[in-house]
Design a protein around this ligand. Structure first.
Ligand code: PGA
Length: 263
């Protein structure tokens, strides 16, 4: 059976605190990647470290499994937008992926309270420059009356409003229930919960864009991913990959996650 490549994304968030530490971490991660063939690894460090990492990767055949991603981007193309970074700037230094709509960016005040309409504009801007958006969706909590399903449906419909059918298979969807993210998480999701959600997401996408257009779309899981739970998410959950937060900052733990996906 043909197995599509798995995607493992490391979201470093606002870590580490110096370029030296960032370069050390990046080097340690590379050591685990040389011989990998079944996975693509995308490292999303703070933007300020991207140029240095791009230099490290440039022209190195051995490192061709590692790609660079940004954690956010402006939905404007260029101009008077203090503090913002454009898609074209990211593309210029070799970035291929952009995380969009992470729950930490949606939450005010630190993330600026991004809403589905902002995220929709960002997705369209990223696609227009031929970069790959990683769209994060996920509910805050699961209620007994299953209202969270409507919440997810709304997120998908609004974030992907007027995205051309021809572009849809390029987008990676990261299902990250907020209750499963970070140190304060209630628990990680179960592979069954992910599988159900992934079927639900595919149904919404299929209704909107047609079954054929969404066949290749990748749906990945995020929220307390570790080397112990990835195997079940792959086998029982049918995950196409992972968005890893905390454990992407530890080369050993991140390496173990990659190993399991390769196996
Ligand atoms: P976590 O973060 O792996 O630390 O739970 C995931 C994320 O926020 O993307």
């Amino acid at each position: 059976m043909f197995m599509s490549k798995k995607i493992i994304i490391g979201n470093w968030k606002m870590n580490p605190s110096s370029l030296m530490q960032a370069e050390d971490l990046f080097k340690s991660i590379q050591k685990n990647i040389f011989s990998k063939i079944k996975t693509d690894i995308i490292i999303c460090p703070p933007n300020i470290y991207l140029p240095s990492f791009a230099k490290t990767l440039a022209g190195k055949e051995k490192l061709k499994k590692i790609f660079l991603g940004a954690q956010n981007v402006s939905y404007e193309e260029k101009g008077a937008y203090t503090g913002e970074i454009s898609v074209e700037m990211l593309k210029d230094i070799g970035v291929k992926y952009v995380i969009i709509g992470h729950s930490e960016r949606r939450s005010p005040p630190t993330g600026g309270g991004e809403n589905n309409s902002d995220i929709n504009k960002k997705i369209k801007m990223v696609l227009s420059f031929n970069l790959i958006p990683i769209l994060c969706i996920g509910e805050k909590e699961r209620d007994k009356s299953h209202e969270y399903l409507n919440f997810i449906k709304k997120q998908i419909e609004e974030c992907l409003k007027n995205v051309a059918k021809s572009f849809i298979s390029k987008i990676i969807i990261a299902y990250e229930p907020i209750w499963a993210i970070g140190k304060a998480s209630v628990r990680e999701a179960s592979p069954e919960e992910f599988r159900e959600m992934s079927i639900f997401i595919r149904k919404i996408l299929s209704d909107k864009f047609g079954a054929k257009s969404i066949k290749k779309i990748k749906i990945i899981y995020g929220g307390s991913v570790n080397s112990r739970n990835v195997s079940d998410f792959l086998k029982e959950g049918g995950a196409d990959g992972f968005l890893v937060g905390r454990n992407s900052l530890d080369p050993k733990k991140f390496g173990e996650i990659i190993e399991v996906c390769e196996a």
